[in-house]
Write a protein that binds this ligand. Structure first.
Ligand code: AMP
Ligand code: ZN
Length: 113
C-alpha cells in the first residue's frame, strides 16, 4: 500500500485523530491553513471526487454525515469551509479523496486564488 492516507487510517503513520467511525477517519492537517484545519477521509480508498460513482457514493455520503460531527468536535459553531482538491489543476497532492475542514476564524471570501 503506497497511499499516505491509507497508511494513516491503518495507524502505520501517526496522526492527530479528531473523529472516527466505521467508514470515516478525521485528523488534523499537518500544515494548518486556518486555526482549525482537519482532513476528513473515507477508510475506503477513492482517488478523488472525480472518481465518485454509484459503486462508492454511499462511502462519500458517510463522509458528509460525519462532517457535522467533526465540526462539533472542533467547536466550529460559527461556520466553516469544506474543500476537496481534484487532480493537477486542483492541486491535489494526496491521491486519496479527502475533505479539508477549515474554520476557527472568518475565512477569506476569495477561494480561487
Ligand atoms: P491536498 O493538497 O488537497 O491533496 O491536501 C493534502 C493535505 O494533506 C495537505 O493540506 C497537507 O498538509 C496534508 N498532509 C500531508 N501529509 C500529512 C500528514 N502526515 N498528516 C496530516 N496531514 C498531512
Ligand atoms: Zn488511500
Amino acid at each position: 500500500m503506497s497511499c499516505l492516507f491509507c497508511k494513516i487510517i491503518a495507524g502505520e503513520i501517526p496522526s492527530a485523530k479528531v473523529y472516527e467511525d466505521e467508514k470515516v477517519y478525521a485528523f488534523k492537517d499537518i500544515s494548518p491553513q486556518a486555526p482549525v484545519h482537519v482532513l476528513v477521509v473515507p477508510r475506503e480508498h477513492i482517488e478523488s471526487a472525480d472518481k465518485i460513482d454509484a459503486t462508492n457514493s454511499a462511502t462519500v455520503a458517510a463522509v458528509f454525515e460525519a462532517i457535522p460531527k467533526v465540526a462539533t468536535a472542533c467547536g466550529l459553531t460559527c461556520g466553516y469551509r469544506v474543500i476537496t482538491n481534484i487532480g493537477e489543476d486542483g492541486c491535489q497532492s494526496v491521491k486519496h479523496i479527502h475533505f479539508h475542514i477549515l474554520g476557527g476564524e472568518k475565512l477569506p471570501e476569495n477561494m480561487g486564488n
